[in-house]
Design a protein. Structure first.
Length: 286
């Protein structure tokens, strides 16, 4: 019955694996819900902020605010790549990295120098393996990004853009459309391009004036863009992890059923053989 014992050991091993993947699936589902709530909370503020900037925008103001300045020639840009610290989420991290590599390669083909800023162990490990110099390598941003995390990432890039050290800033992240759709997205966040206004522009009473308001709103708009990218990436990660763990649990269940059927057939075959031997022995004694 050596084969039977081996099968029982494999069944126990697969059963233990299924317990782990099932637990991880439930944990990911719980964290995904909280991450979705943060995405839903961040979007209305971003929408209204964009509408206000769009209503206040004018070519004259754009000449006076560096964050609205469109560079004559793009020589150097920063690419901020947002990945997760952990895996077990299917191709989630790989897709973001693939999108980032495609963007970097396109920029470099156009003769643009690229500064790399990476958040997440998966992205850091990959680009270090390629030998890229990383100006930022952050692993301290957990699954609950804060506005302060976004500020710490954005303010350095804002300062470099104002000083004309950079001619553009891109963010590569997972855009959260739904639990089943989190496509990798490369978005240019600097220079700021006011979103297209839907509907008629509203009248504002400006105090003290448009210049003072934009001086505060423009950096906030950039920080908010980074914050939204962070929370959407985490929501996408837990959605991908839940899907991957559910698939692993289903595969483990199917494997257990196959192993149990194989074990039962082997046991039945052994019992049949033993009965045949007993009957044969009894017949020989007659």
């Amino acid at each position: 019955m050596a084969k039977g014992r081996e099968l029982k050991g494999r069944i126990k091993s697969v059963e233990n694996t299924r317990k782990i993947t099932r637990t991880m699936e439930m944990v990911a589902a719980s964290k995904m819900k909280r991450a979705q709530d943060r995405v839903a909370a961040a979007r209305p503020y971003a929408r209204v902020l964009g509408e206000v900037i769009s209503d206040l925008y004018s070519p004259e103001l754009a000449e006076r605010f560096p964050l609205l300045r469109q560079p004559v020639q793009v020589k150097r840009v920063a690419v901020l790549v947002l990945t997760a610290n952990r895996g077990l989420a299917g191709a989630f991290n790989a897709n973001i990295i693939k999108e980032a590599r495609a963007l970097v390669q396109q920029l470099e083909r156009d003769g643009v120098a690229v500064d790399m800023h990476i958040v997440g162990r998966k992205g850091i490990g990959f680009f270090r393996y390629l030998g890229r110099t990383l100006l930022t390598a952050r692993t301290d941003i957990g699954d609950r990004p804060t506005a302060e995390d976004a500020r710490s990432l954005a303010d350095t890039l804002i300062a470099q853009y104002i000083d004309a050290t950079l001619d553009g800033v891109y963010v590569v992240y997972a855009k959260f459309n739904s639990a089943l759709s989190t496509p990798p997205t490369a978005e240019r966040v600097l220079p700021i391009t006011p979103p297209q206004r839907k509907g008629a522009a509203r009248d504002f009473i400006l105090a003290p004036n448009a210049d003072a308001i934009l001086r505060t709103l423009l950096p906030s708009y950039m920080r908010n863009a980074v914050y939204r990218a962070l929370v959407e990436t985490m929501a996408g990660f837990y959605s991908a992890q839940r899907t991957a763990m559910k698939s692993a649990t289903d595969n483990a269940t199917e494997m257990m059923n196959v192993l149990r059927r194989t074990y039962n057939r082997a046991r039945q075959a052994q019992i049949t053989q033993e009965i045949a031997e007993i009957v044969g022995g009894a017949a020989a004694l007659e």
